[in-house]
Design a protein around this ligand. Structure first.
Ligand code: HDD
Length: 741
């Protein structure tokens, strides 16, 4: 490459046309590609706001400074001679570096790692008798933005960690923005928000070495939850399969607190919100999660974005459990203001009220997913809060945190946070003010701005706090006695699990406590488990090699809630991923046929071959290879199928080293690993034709449960699809439960 002539003034017409197409050589720009078009000043959901053209963030074809000055060089600092020092007067250099120096904003203090998507919510109208919220009236479509997250990890941490997941939804309604800021677990660690810093300090990495990242398997977390038994129920949910969801798309969501809905006639109903995934509920197994965090730390982010991009739009039905708004706010003995309690669906069914479809990925992660600001206090007429002391503290915290995270009080003006309802507030000035307010009287009452803005009455959509009679009370720092039961719902949850799920819980506790250094912490947590379930306690104690303590409190039994189990249902196979393992000996036309058959069902087929490129003989069918033996790992697939060659032949099976001509051909170890992992993780496995011998070579019984063999692709694709509907081949896990006890 020729040495550049630094005396050429970039952008000036050159007498000698450049001979090398060097990126820094000035030339006429190409027209922008569609995805390079200037970003419009758009509303969060992509519809134009009507903002004037000059409010575009970026426009034009030429590189400019932030002031719109066209630039001819952005690769060389202005120097006193080619080998001399850089000059302070280089305004472009200083602007570029200064801006870069300030690119990062503080990550969220919790829920720093997340992924977002745009979508729409269409209401069924079934809630219109109990709420006047306009977006819940019949057949109203409301734009939404959803952000899923983990709680503990930093912004760059891995996705598939054992943790609670956030599930926040921003509804851009005509009556103002409504935020439902929930989790994938319906109970919380603490009953009073004043303890939030304590539980988070305990769960975050240790302050001295800042390890472990995004983990609860460490001393401070278990120190806190073992001393603070109201956290036991939430912790048990974390130790269950719910703590490691397969995908954001296969998680339920919960509003956790009890909210108050207000009808047009002023009547009120207490409710708990639920999101039910149309994709079904589905989790990883722990070994899979651990592999994923190394192989693909962005697993959940990628899964969500890929699904949306491919048109497999994830959907959730929003539902409510309803309770009479009684004076004591209790339901079947459960205190509705205690956020460590849930109400079993068998006692109060979840009634569907609308459907959410996520149908668009964000254009820019920072602008949208990072800068979106949720707040449980973003309410609309018809939805109000209750006196749950956790919710009450949240009402303070979310507004406050945005001020340091987003740099001031004007974060509602950031495009993703802009309401779609008209805004006419009297909030003025402040850091990052981008509105140019007219008028002279941002106060009330005024006569100088004609009395504007006017106060609304309820008839024109004013939010009116529900007038609530409060019992005569004294000022005190105390919980009601009904908050004292810390174990009965943990027991209810555990006893509602199937043996397989119970076994996973035992393994999770044994792993996590096994990572604690302090024996006293392990002992104390075993004591808490003894109060939840003696069998659970004994099994974990066995795994830890520790004595089994006895229960210390009398815990009331309640009926199990089968609705809590994630096993037993069947769901659509669409949106799942199936790997087709092939090699040069495979019949490409059969591989193509398998791909097509899967694709027709909305399943994503990925062809795995020894090397990239295409499979197939010259002049015949050519099939693109999506993964190689090097890049594929079983964790990416919900099922795997081994392709056979056209004519069954003893030495023509996948992954065999046919060239070596060994009498007993060997299976490529990477294929063997893929198959054995898939088998161990209870995934459907299939093979057609000579592919069957690859199963045998991997030690997988071809007559095993959830193993399908046949002569041709059409003999295996349909059975695999049926197996996918149950999510896993559950029978392959040990059925006795409570492993090790
Ligand atoms: Fe919180 C973020 C969910 C209790 C304080 N929380 C945050 C997010 C979710 C939740 C999903 C991420 C929002 C996003 O994607 O931007 N939090 C919950 C749930 C809780 C809960 C379901 C209990 C039922 N949170 C809670 C308490 C406090 C906070 C008790 C403080 C007293 N939460 C925050 C926060 C965050 C937050 C510090 C960090 C970033 C943000 O708010 O915007 O204010």
């Amino acid at each position: 490459m020729p040495v550049e002539d630094n005396t050429v003034i970039p952008g000036a017409p050159s007498s000698e046309p450049p001979t090398v197409d060097e990126p820094t050589t000035p030339r006429e720009p190409l027209p922008p590609k569609p995805d390079q078009q200037a970003p419009e000043a758009v509303s969060p959901t992509g519809s134009p706001t009507g903002a004037p053209v000059n409010s575009r963030a970026q426009s034009g074809q030429y590189l400019t400074t932030a002031q719109g000055l066209r630039l001819g060089d952005t690769d060389h600092s202005l120097r006193a001679g080619a080998r001399g020092p850089v000059l302070l007067q280089d305004h472009h250099l200083r602007e570029k570096i200064t801006h870069f120096d300030h690119e990062r904003i503080p990550e969220r203090v919790v829920h720093a790692r997340g992924a977002g998507a745009h979508g729409v919510f269409r209401s069924y109208g079934t809630a219109s008798k109990i709420t006047k919220a306009g977006f819940l009236a019949a057949d109203v479509e409301t734009p939404v933005f959803v952000r899923f997250s983990t709680v503990l990890g930093s912004r760059g941490s891995a996705d598939a960690v054992r943790d609670t997941r956030g599930f926040s939804t921003k509804f851009y309604t005509d009556e103002g923005t409504y935020d439902l800021v929930g989790n994938n677990i319906p109970v919380f660690f603490i009953q009073d928000g004043i303890k939030f810093p304590d539980v988070i300090h305990a769960a975050k990495p240790h302050p001295d070495r800042e390890i472990p990242q995004a983990q609860s398997a460490h001393d401070t977390f278990w120190d806190f939850v073992s001393l603070h038994t109201e956290a036991q129920a939430h912790t048990l949910w974390n130790m269950s399969d719910r703590g490691i969801p397969r995908s954001y798309r296969t998680m339920e969501g919960f509003g956790v607190h009890t909210f108050r809905l207000v009808a047009a006639d002023g009547s009120t109903t207490l409710v708990k919100f639920h999101w039910k995934p149309k994709q079904g509920v589905h989790s990883l197994v722990w070994e899979e999660a651990q592999i994923i965090n190394g192989m693909d730390p962005d697993f959940h982010r990628r899964d969500l974005a890929d699904a949306i991009e491919s048109g497999a739009y994830p959907q959730w039905e929003l539902g409510v459990q309803t309770f009479p708004d009684t004076e004591d706010q209790m339901f079947e003995g459960i205190d509705l203001l205690d956020p460590t309690k849930f109400v079993p669906e068998e006692l109060a069914p979840v009634q569907p009220i609308g459907l959410m479809t996520l149908n668009a990925n964000p254009t820019n992660y920072f602008a949208e997913t990072e800068q979106v600001a949720f707040h449980p206090g973003h309410l609309v007429p018809g939805i109000d809060v209750t006196n749950d002391p956790l919710l009450q503290v949240r009402l303070f915290s979310y507004l406050d945190t945005q001020i340091s995270r987003l740099g001031g009080p004007n974060f509602a003006q950031i495009p993703i946070n802009r309401p779609q309802a008209p805004v006419n507030d009297m909030l003025r000035d402040g850091m990052h003010q981008t509105a140019v307010h007219g008028g002279v009287a941002p106060y009330r009452p005024n006569s100088l701005d004609g009395g504007c803005p006017f106060l609304a009455g309820q008839d024109v959509g004013a939010f009116v706090d529900v007038p609530e009679a409060l019992a005569e009370s004294i000022k005190e720092r105390r919980n009601p006695a009904s908050f004292d039961d810390h174990f009965s719902q943990a027991r209810l949850f555990f006893r509602s699990m199937t043996p397989v799920e119970q076994d996973h819980i035992v393994q999770a506790y044994t792993f996590e406590l096994g990572k604690c250094y302090e024996a006293a912490i392990r002992e104390r947590q075993l004591m808490a488990l003894a109060n939840i379930d003696a069998g659970l306690c004994a099994a974990v104690a066995h795994g830890l090699g520790m004595p089994v303590p006895g229960a210390t409190v009398q815990v009331p039994d309640s009926e199990p809630s089968p609705a809590l189990s994630q096993i037993g249902g069947t769901w659509p196979a669409a949106g799942r991923v199936v790997g087709i393992i092939a090699d040069d000996s495979s019949d490409a036309s059969q591989v193509a046929a398998a791909r097509e058959a899967l694709d027709a069902e909305g399943i994503t087929p990925l062809v795995i071959a020894p090397v990239g490129g295409f499979l197939g003989a010259e002049g015949g069918v050519a099939v693109a290879v999506q993964r190689t033996y090097l890049t594929a790992r079983s964790t990416e697939f919900d099922a795997v199928i081994v392709a056979g060659s056209g004519a069954p032949a003893p030495d023509a099976a996948v992954g065999r080293d046919a060239k070596a001509g060994a009498p007993s051909p060997t299976l490529d170890p990477r294929v063997a690993l893929l198959l054995t992992e898939a088998f161990r993780h209870a995934k459907a496995i299939a093979a057609w034709g000579s592919g069957v011998s690859a199963l045998q070579a991997a030690g997988i019984p071809d007559d095993g449960t959830g193993v399908v063999v046949g002569d041709a692709p059409d003999a295996v694709v349909r059975p695999v699809q049926e197996l996918l509907a149950a999510h896993r081949v559950w029978e392959r896990f040990p059925a006795e439960g409570l492993s090790g006890s």
